[in-house]
Design a protein around this ligand. Sequence first.
Ligand code: 5GP
Length: 188
Amino acid sequence: MKNKGLLIVYTGASGVGKGTIMKKLLASDPNLRLSISATTRAPRAGEQDGREYYFVTHERFDELIANDGFLEHAEYVGNKYGTPKEPLFRMLDEGLDVMLEIEVKGFLQVKRAYPECVSIFIAPPSFEELRLRLEGRGTESPEVIEERLRTARKEHEYESEFDYIVINDDVDRAAAEVLSIISDIKSK
Ligand code: 5GP
């Protein structure tokens, strides 16, 4: 049987720098892919349908749930997000390693459905730092920032459910740590 790729769950608070680390991971590891989620959230400036997300209506999202199209799905600060099953399993079957950049409720579902997954939690050096990063990014209103910070504190309580915790004190260092986690697992 052809070796299946690794399913890697990659979770961390909004604003923690997951996206920046992810870009470095994808640029450094040619066998790594990022699963593109579907969401009901509106695109941010610069985001493109089919690249960052599949941007869908609530009706379309519910249709995908009804057709068993998601490995997991969850609501996060008023919007729905889900991992399409079909492209994910196709990539894993091809031997590619696939990262799911998802929040905690989705992670808990994946852990049940796919216990062989590897899970990595990206943590901020502190919550104050996280607030500064979210405010500096300027993509969300103050109310949404507060809600995202509350959610981050709640998610923090699930840290121990993850296989690895990586602190994003420095993007290059954190990316190197994630890459070494992946290569250690693959060399076993
Ligand atoms: P954002 O709106 O900032 O792009 O994402 C908000 C949160 O939703 C982030 O924590 C992100 O990791 C998570 N997320 C993105 N896609 C999915 C998905 O397919 N499923 C789940 N459960 N969470 C997702």
